[in-house]
Design a protein around this ligand. Structure first.
Ligand code: A3P
Length: 312
């Protein structure tokens, strides 16, 4: 652990030299975000990304699960984990019954003492494509990315950040920052575009999924995910209803109501698991954003995404 401390000390020194901006996403203006390779971070989250770049070694058989913050990480981790372990565990033995899904995939960050079931799954969590450790790209391992319609993502992120802060950032202030690109792991649009372009250039290595498609046609998306990860559902499994069983097991209502997700804490992130389950709806932004806010985000989305062939 001591050598990690030494490395971390150097990283912390380096972070202090990066461009920074005060903001109140954390409810505190004395904790600025730092900009690294085009994206904004809270300093302790950036430490982990910089450490991964220097030390993480990927294996070609690894499968990296990447998302923007609030892009559906908890759900994607659960679906991918349940899919790759479906011959090992069932609905009564799955580690997902007693662990939040974040704790079921190997962390990419600093060495963690927690035990993780043996699978090829790696939680890259929220690292932008440009900042993934080079060994992930060089090894040719597979990357699954899931993102979300920008307005719903913003609302989910705002709720999440408020629930972590003592002083609460207002919706208006957070909205302004989000649109300027200053949000956790933002600019959001650039985060999505990094993986979108990679999925077009390297379709066998990068699978691009949308939360909305996953909600609307979960079974089809899970079959696509399984195929991409190299463990497609066989015709027999489909006839036996295995896809539906898995989809139902990973549904919002089922996972949210497990004791571990009502009262437990993530071992990896020390966050109360219930914060990962809020509403899980498409279109919740309508309950929060004004017409002007909607138009502003939609205009940015149109400018950034449409010319790249990406629509929500
Ligand atoms: P809302 O805040 O809109 O409810 P992340 O896992 O990346 O932190 O994203 C959290 C968002 O995914 C939250 O959205 C949460 O409710 C939703 N979510 C969590 N588990 C889900 C599931 N099994 N099915 C659908 N949505 C889920």
């Amino acid at each position: 652990m001591e050598s990690h401390e030494g490395d971390l000390q150097l990283i912390r020194e380096k972070i202090k030299t990066l461009p920074s901006k005060a903001n109140r996403w954390n409810g505190r203006s004395d904790m600025p975000f730092y900009q690294f390779q085009g994206f904004w971070y809270k300093p302790f989250l950036l430490e982990s990304i910089m450490w991964q770049q220097d030390h993480f070694v990927a294996h070609p058989s690894d499968i990296v699960l990447a998302t923007p913050q609030k892009g559906g990480t908890t759900w994607l981790n659960a679906l991918a984990f349940a899919t790759v372990t479906r011959n090992q565990f069932n609905g009564s033995t799955s580690p997902l019954l007693t662990n939040v899904s974040h704790d079921c995939v190997r962390p990419l960050g600093l060495p963690s003492p927690r035990e993780v079931p043996k699978t090829p799954l790696l939680g890259a969590v929220h690292t932008p494509y440009v900042s993934l450790p080079k060994s992930i790209l060089a090894s040719g391992c597979k990357i699954v990315y899931m993102c979300r319609e920008p307005k719903d993502l913003f609302v989910s992120q705002w709720h999440f950040q408020r629930s972590l802060s003592v002083e609460k950032v207002s919706l208006e202030e957070a909205f302004q920052l989000f649109c300027e690109g200053l949000s956790p792991y933002g600019p959001y649009w650039e985060h999505v575009l990094g993986y979108w372009k990679a999925s077009l250039e390297r379709p066998n290595e990068v699978l691009f999924l949308k939360y909305e498609d996953m909600k609307r046609s979960t079974a089809d998306q899970v079959k696509k995910l399984a195929e991409f990860m190299g463990c497609p559902f066989s015709p027999e499994e489909e006839t036996e209803g295995k896809v539906k069983i898995l989809v139902d097991f990973c549904s919002f209502d089922n996972l949210r109501n497990l004791e571990v997700n009502k009262t437990g804490h993530s071992k990896e992130f020390k966050v109360s698991n219930k914060l990962y389950y809020r509403k899980g709806d498409i279109g919740d932004w309508k309950n929060h954003l004004t017409r002007e806010m909607q138009e502003r985000i939609d205009q940015i989305t149109e400018e950034k995404f449409t010319s790249c062939g990406l629509t929500f």
